[in-house]
Design a protein around this ligand. Structure first.
Ligand code: SF4
Length: 459
């Protein structure tokens, strides 16, 4: 099994033990006899996944080119044979670097430079002691190397505060050490808490690594770690020069996320990693399918246009969450049932929608959670509808919205569009009602619906 930083952002986003536990298994381990014996499902490759990954790499290459354009080629240090794309005027358009050891460049790095794609091993006695990771060595669990997209080598006193390996903030305003700032280039135009937690992990790991290598007398890690988010605009640093770099960056509120990292390493990861390596993973790792699961590798969707044999990695596995929910009649089949409500129901012995369908609105199982109390009529009614019962309005305390029989109505369901990547993953659905004078009883409205359309780079 192998831990990598994206598991932190996934955890912060989904809080799903099952996702974390399954993600720890590498593809090779999942496909091994041991993985098959435990029923570990494969990572489902979603259509568009490769385009998204490629777009992220291109964004990083463009931002690296912006650094070169603003600070000069000698200021950006990395693998000596970068791939360079030039714009029509001969300027730097996109520059890609290969991973390289941080050790190789850091000792000679001078203020005003950037280390690109430099990596290091996060596990060392300092990091392990600070975050109580001694348990790691009792499991077959490796830590993937840490590789910030860029490390800015600042001038002494450039940043007001630094961060220690333990996550404490220290004053750098009178500190002669050279500050290092972690910058991660994310395609997303609106980086969320998940990305901030990732960057915090990078900063903490770098701080511990410096201490482990006894370089912490020469360097400090700046608390001003940052994300360089996606944007269609020309970057400010390219347009206005080095002093405009901070206007392109979104600072990470690192002190907020230190506690998240602490809980993750001290409580969550040891418990989940231990369980994920046992046959009990399928029952003991909590899970709950909700709309935000749409991007999860273990959802088990059936994608339109992806036929069996056209790529096994895109097919659902019986142990993915949607097939499992169907097979076990899991309560997450009910829409709008929050995770807390599911936990409360499970405590009262209700783990299947068929059981819930038999409960009356007055049942005490709905008393313990505010969402269950509010939905005590509609929740069992939904469970009955799922079981093939009548669909209707359950009682006086439920509400519904109806489309009138005839209202000159046009309906459009539009897509969620990511403006930073310009890759659209879905779908428009439009419907309207019109009178058809040629039918018997002409003049009666008829619904019409244009089917879903998928737009994107390949469409
Ligand atoms: S799809 Fe399943 S594993 Fe993934 S986040 Fe949702 S519940 Fe968790």
């Amino acid at each position: 099994m192998r831990f990598e930083k994206k598991m932190i952002s996934q955890w912060v986003t989904h809080r799903c033990e099952r996702q974390l536990g399954l993600s720890l298994w590498t593809d090779a381990e999942q496909a091994s006899p041991a993985g098959h014996a435990l029923g570990i499902p494969h990572r489902q490759i979603r259509p568009g996944f490769h385009q998204m990954a490629r777009a992220g790499d291109e964004w990083q290459a463009e931002k690296t080119a912006d650094l070169i354009a603003a600070f000069g080629p000698d200021s950006v240090l990395g693998h000596p044979s970068p791939t360079i794309k030039r714009d029509p005027s001969g300027g730097y358009k996109a520059v890609s670097y290969e991973p390289v050891e941080l050790d190789r460049f850091l000792p000679g790095a001078v203020p005003g430079t950037f280390l690109v794609e430099t990596e290091f091993d996060p596990l060392n006695p300092v990091f392990e002691a600070r975050w109580r990771l001694d348990w790691v060595h009792t499991l077959p669990l490796a830590f993937r190397r840490v590789r910030p997209d860029a490390i800015q080598v600042g001038h002494s006193r450039q940043f007001a505060s630094g961060i220690t390996p333990a996550g404490e903030l220290v004053d750098l305003t009178e500190d002669p050490r050279v500050p290092l700032r972690v910058i991660d280039m994310k395609l997303s135009s609106q980086p969320g808490p998940g990305y901030f937690a990732e960057v915090t992990y990078y900063a903490l790991a770098l701080s511990a690594w410096l201490a482990h290598r006894r370089l912490d007398g020469q360097f400090a890690v700046a608390a001003d770690a940052a994300v360089w988010p996606g944007s269609f605009d020309v970057s400010r640093v390219r347009a206005h020069g080095p002093s405009a770099l901070d206007h392109d960056l979104e600072l990470v509120p690192i002190e907020v996320f230190v506690s998240e990292i602490a809980r993750f390493f001290k409580e969550i990861l040891p418990r989940v990693a231990t369980t994920a390596a046992t046959p009990a993973w399928s029952t003991d790792l909590s899970w709950h399918v909700v709309p935000s699961c749409a991007g999860c590798d273990y959802l088990g969707q059936t994608f339109p246009g992806v036929r069996s044999g056209s790529g096994a990695a895109s097919q659902p596995h019986p142990n993915h969450c949607v097939p499992t929910a169907h097979d076990t009649d899991h309560l997450c089949r009910l829409p709008f049932l929050p995770r807390g409500g599911l936990t409360v129901l499970a405590r009262t012995g209700i783990a299947r929608t068929a059981v819930l369908a038999e409960r009356r609105a007055s049942d005490r199982c709905f008393d313990e959670h505010h969402s269950l109390r509010a939905g005590r009529s509609i929740i069992p009614a939904r469970a009955r509808a799922l079981a093939g019962g009548r669909i209707g309005i359950p009682g006086q305390d439920a509400t519904t919205q109806c489309i009138p029989k005839w209202s000159d109505l046009s309906l459009y369901v539009t897509a969620d569009f990511d403006p930073s990547s310009a890759i659209t993953f879905a779908f428009g659905l439009s419907g309207f009602f019109f009178p058809n004078p040629f039918r018997a009883g002409g003049g009666q409205p008829e619904p019409a619906c244009a089917g879903p359309r998928i737009h994107g780079p390949a469409a």
